[in-house]
Ligand binder design. Structure first.
Ligand SMILES: *[C@@H]1O[C@H](CO)[C@@H](O)[C@H](O)[C@H]1NC(C)=O
Ligand SMILES: *[C@@H]1O[C@H](CO)[C@@H](O)[C@H](O)[C@H]1NC(C)=O
Length: 350
């Protein structure tokens, strides 16, 4: 009797805490889980932490790390994996692509909810002509290999910098850069539509930082940037960037494609010559950016749309080369303490 009573009290408490939990979970968001560090917790600790302590429901990794893919099995957290840039040319061959799927997807899927394969990272920006010319053929071969393997719900795409755009000061006037538009984007966008896959972009207002633009970039009150074609005044750069991407693909006839924010974020600490890298600015940027992508309000040119978004990044990574800022993009320290709070902790902790 005592046991049964205890059990039902426990059950009641569980139901109450579940209800409380849902009422305090404002949104789900993704993160880039980079691993350029020698002090990170194990993938299984990370999976358990994300699942139990945060509202993060999706991760993106920069490889196909088997330990991570195994650790996220049965977590219900979706995973985007990445094909190495250098692997692109060889994977144009369908047999090689099938072997890649057999080695990197099949052993883990569907227990691990692999949702998307990113083919390389920012390939058009690498300047490597071979990678660039093989990119779309590789995407097609990987898709074909997935179909042959009987895997129907893993998408194939590739993340782009906003360097793909030109003429983007007024978002409505932005277009895909001539030279990329017909040769690469025409077949890529057609492939994405045919396979119901999203366009992936990495919008980084951070890299356009200047003191005079600070309020516009950090979602603080400002006069905004007026688009004379649409009569829309943009009061933050992130939304302007999203509408520029939309205008560019719409001009090619692909305004219906889903757009995924594959990376965006703000470093919380920098060198003395990086005074914009503060916790306060990281909170302002990430909190507001997350609000835009999850609110369901969309943007002026894409009303009522939500955007799957992967914040860059999950952890501060101590082995990243470059300035101090490079090692301080994380939402969390390696011991799981939050660097700052952008409302992603369950139970409103922090
Ligand atoms: C898994 O996540 C999806 C959202 O991606 C949700 O709808 C579903 O209820 C979850 N399933 C479980 C068993 O938690
Ligand atoms: C542009 O917007 C302003 C302010 O909302 C309005 O007064 C003006 O008539 C609009 N112009 C056009 C061409 O729609």
């Amino acid at each position: 009797m005592a046991t049964i009573a205890t059990t039902s009290i426990t059950t009641a408490l569980l139901i109450i805490s579940t209800l409380l939990h849902f009422s305090t979970t404002a949104y789900a968001i993704g993160v880039n889980y980079g691993t350029l560090a020698n002090n990170l917790p194990s993938p299984s600790q990370v999976a358990s932490f994300l699942k139990t302590q945060t509202t993060i429901d999706s991760i993106k990794i920069f490889d196909t790390n088997p330990d991570i893919l195994r650790a996220f099995a049965n977590s219900n957290i979706t995973v985007t994996v990445t094909v190495g840039n250098g692997d692109i040319p060889a994977l144009v061959d369908v047999n090689a692509a099938s072997q890649w799927v057999a080695n990197n997807i099949k052993p883990y899927y569907p227990q691990t909810r692999i949702k998307l394969i990113a083919v390389g990272n920012e390939i058009l920006f690498t300047g490597n002509k071979e990678w660039i010319s093989r990119l779309v053929p590789c995407m097609k071969s990987l898709h074909q290999a997935l179909v042959h393997a009987g895997i129907k719900d893993v998408q194939v795409s590739t993340p782009h910098t906003l360097g793909i755009l030109h003429n983007s000061v007024q978002p409505s006037a932005a277009r895909i850069r001539p030279g990329y538009d017909r040769v690469i984007f025409a077949p890529m966008l057609q492939f994405l539509r045919q396979t119901k896959s999203p366009l992936m972009v990495n919008p980084y207002p951070y890299f356009s930082y200047s003191p005079s633009m600070e309020n516009y970039i950090l979602f603080k009150p400002n006069r905004g940037v007026h688009d004379t074609n649409t009569n829309i005044t943009y009061t933050n750069m992130f939304v302007a960037m999203m509408d520029a991407v939309y205008s560019a693909i719409k001009a090619m006839g692909y305004g219906d494609l889903d757009i995924v924010v594959a990376e965006s974020g703000w470093p919380s600490l920098g060198d003395p010559n990086q005074p914009m890298c503060t916790v306060e600015n990281a909170v302002s940027y990430n909190k507001n950016m997350i609000k835009v992508v999850t609110s369901g309000n969309g943007t002026p040119l894409m009303p009522k749309r939500r955007f799957q978004t992967y914040v860059f990044s999950l952890f501060n990574e101590n082995l990243k080369p470059g300035s101090t800022a490079e090692r301080n993009w994380g939402l969390f320290r390696p011991d799981f303490t939050p660097v700052y709070d952008v409302g992603i902790m369950r139970n409103g902790q922090v």
